[in-house]
Design a binder for this molecule. Structure first.
Ligand code: ZN
Length: 172
């Protein structure tokens, strides 16, 4: 016989999508806002040409997550898509400010990739992986020591490497 003080068995609580912690991403002008469930699945740098050109950058850093954990919060009418005819991959961007907002690969329809830079908070994953590393550009900044540039406040620069005297002078 059950005593009155016996606690009723608690129903198992599962975190629903509404209860899960979410992190927000937004484009430069703020027209497009999206969020994903925290943490993201993974994060990586893509040095491949399509991502470089789509971002106008040396490489693009993405955060990947399941599509079902992704939500377009605001700005659906501002989102424009470009489908790459070669790969069938789709890149969405803000039609107002041009910020790339997500990237979908045709071969991975359950996944969606969002530029890391759009998040102002942590995403739960560090970008420790590299795709297309063989295409890494030789003009990329990789943490060389920098010095202030005289006469240009706010500008720092990488000093040219000192030539050793024993090195032959290159002929041009
Ligand atoms: Zn925008």
């Amino acid at each position: 016989m059950k005593r009155k003080s016996d606690p009723a068995p608690k129903p198992k609580r599962q975190a629903t999508d509404e209860q899960a912690e979410r992190v927000e991403a937004r484009c430069l002008c703020g027209s497009v806002v999206l969020d994903i469930q925290y943490p993201a699945f993974w994060a990586w740098h893509d040095h491949g040409r399509p991502s470089r050109l789509a971002h106008g950058a040396a490489y693009a850093t993405y955060v990947g997550t399941w599509r079902k954990r992704f939500r377009l919060v605001k700005g659906a009418r501002k989102v424009t898509r470009f489908e790459d005819p070669e790969t069938g991959n789709t890149r969405a961007f803000c039609a107002r400010c041009g910020t790339p907002v997500w990237y979908e690969r045709k071969q991975s329809p359950k996944w969606i990739n969002i530029p890391r830079a759009l998040f102002s908070s942590r995403t739960g994953r560090e970008p420790r992986y590299h795709l297309n590393i063989a295409e890494q550009q030789d003009w990329i900044y990789t943490g060389m020591p920098l010095s202030p540039l005289k006469g240009y406040p706010g500008v720092v620069w990488e000093r040219p490497k000192r030539k050793k005297r024993s090195e032959p002078t290159p002929m041009f």
